[in-house]
Design a protein. Structure first.
Length: 471
């Protein structure tokens, strides 16, 4: 492995960190950046690292690599990837491997993988999670597409390790690596929202930021242990210059870069009810309406009842909602895998998120066990362990949502998660009425519970109702 060469293009924070990580693991890293000055200052800033080979021209970059060349792109998703490929691909040969390690949209990776395959170039669309620190010391890596056989060793070497297993494994064909990274980010949105709702409830029930931090630390000692819980406690303990908690001075308008929205758009296109992830994305949108909310706060009335809820109940609501987040993420993976015949295996995906990435959490050990015990598990909620955990949590979970509603405190993710749970476990929903309404005004037809599925019926419900069944 030592002295093998890997090329890396794109030397912003992620590219620099990955280069150093690869170099630490014995690889010589040939680096290139559009702005050559960045390459120079990166090399100058790391004089102890002799395995970095800077190049200022793309021809020299390509020429420094052994064949088959292995090239990692760490540039901005979208146009930057297209621009780099346009310069790079004409200089490559059949058999070379391009790894796109950025946050590319999975359908772009699917397309690039197919197009480059016609030239014999292997394209590995690779989700990488963990931010700067992860990239530097061990990220979670989700490669999909072609070229895994060439990249298995270096990617596995630099990935996070949990219980001796690398958080890196081939996901599946085409754009599946970036698809799974997108789902990771959707779950991340939901996980952050369920934690934010606990924070809201804990603060609204009179706890200081420091007391709230202590509660999160306690929660984080058990099944809720996670990176996001840990950083939440740390954030709540940071004081501004005047000694006040810094978090309370931050404008309550959450930004988003788009991977959560991509997840929800994908869920809608597949008819998958990933309601908690959707609420998490939309809660950020609602938060961003800051001026309108401030105006509405002075005009619209709510209840004046105090919030009556126990700390233990909030913990259970957080736990149950978080399980539903994961269940919905894996539902979407299952649906897309079926649609595109990717044959994705949750039992190989869940363990990749146990280390290195933003959603790393103790719960992922149990999720991994659930899918390893039953690789065909259709929904995480049906795993016996998680069914029991939710059953034990549900009384508290319902109390929290009821108490929040009575006190006028929004808990959109907890409510969406509970409604999903109740909807999923309800054998007969009121959709029969919706079908009747659709048939009444649009002659859209309906199926009957006392006939075979696939047989469609239309009724002339009333004079003036629709008469002609639509196809
Ligand atoms: P950025 O996403 O900010 O991208 C900056 C890099 O893209 C620079 O090297 C820049 O070159 C290059 N670039 C651009 Br912009 N346009 C280009 C073009 N037309 N041709 C060639 N190069 C171009 O960097 P990052 O934050 O390090 O992220 C890299 C990738 O990793 C992104 O896809 C990001 O979404 C993903 N990611 C980031 C994080 C994180 O925590 N930051 C975490 C996980 C994944 P220049 O120096 O010449 O401008």
């Amino acid at each position: 492995m030592a002295d093998e060469r890997i090329g890396l293009i794109g030397l912003a924070v992620m590219g620099q960190s990955l280069s150093l990580n690869l170099a630490d693991h014995g690889y010589e890293v040939v680096i290139f950046n559009r702005t050559a000055e960045t390459t120079r200052s990166f090399i100058d800033g790391n004089p102890e690292q002799s395995r970095l080979i800077g190049t200022a021209e793309i021809e020299r970059f390509v020429g420094e690599l052994d064949r088959p060349r292995r090239i990692v792109l760490m540039v901005k998703a979208g146009e930057a990837v297209e621009a780099v490929l346009a310069h790079l691909v004409p200089r490559l040969d059949a058999g070379d491997v391009i790894v796109d390690g950025g946050n590319s949209f999975w359908a772009d990776s699917e397309r690039r993988s197919e197009q480059l395959a016609t030239l014999g170039i292997r394209f590995l669309g690779t989700g990488i999670s963990g931010g700067e620190q992860g990239a530097r010391f061990g990220p979670s890596i989700m490669p999909g597409g072609n070229g895994w056989e060439e990249m298995r060793e270096p990617l596995t070497a630099i990935a996070a390790k949990v219980d001796g297993e690398a958080c890196c494994d081939w996901i599946g064909p085409g754009g599946s690596g970036h698809y799974v990274k997108m789902i990771h980010n959707g779950i991340e949105y939901a996980d952050m929202q369920v934690i934010a709702e606990a924070y809201h409830l804990l603060r609204a029930s009179g706890r200081s930021a420091a007391e709230t931090a202590a509660v999160f630390r306690r929660f984080g000692e058990g099944s809720l242990s996670s990176y996001l819980m840990d950083i939440t406690a740390q954030i709540l303990e940071v004081a501004d210059d005047d000694g006040e908690p810094l978090v309370e001075k931050i404008l309550d308008a959450a930004a988003q870069k788009g991977t959560g929205r991509w997840t929800v758009e994908d869920a809608l296109s597949r008819g998958q009810p990933t309601t908690v992830i959707a609420e998490a994305v939309l809660a950020r949108s609602l938060s961003a309406l800051k001026d309108e909310r401030v105006h509405a706060a002075s005009r619209l009335r709510g209840p004046s009842a105090p919030l009556v809820v126990e700390e233990r109940e909030i913990e259970q609501a957080l736990l149950a909602s978080k399980i539903v987040c994961y269940a919905q993420g894996f539902m979407l993976i299952r649906a897309c895998s079926g649609d595109l015949s990717w044959a994705l295996q949750p039992a190989r995906i869940a363990p990749l998120w146990r280390g290195g990435c933003i959603i790393r959490a103790r719960m992922l050990n149990d999720i991994t066990s659930a899918y390893r015990n039953d690789p065909e598990l259709s929904n995480l909620l049906l795993d016996p362990h998680f069914a029991d955990v939710i059953d034990n949590a549900q009384a508290a979970w319902r109390n929290v949502i009821a108490a929040a509603a009575k006190a006028g405190i929004p808990v959109p993710a907890y409510s969406a998660a509970l409604s999903f749970y109740d909807g999923f476990r309800t054998a007969r929903l009121p959709a029969n009425l919706i079908q009747a309404q659709r048939d009444f005004f649009g002659a859209h037809t309906y199926e009957r519970v006392d006939r075979d599925r696939g047989e469609h019926f239309h009724t002339q419900w009333a004079p003036g109702a629709a008469t002609t069944p639509s196809s």
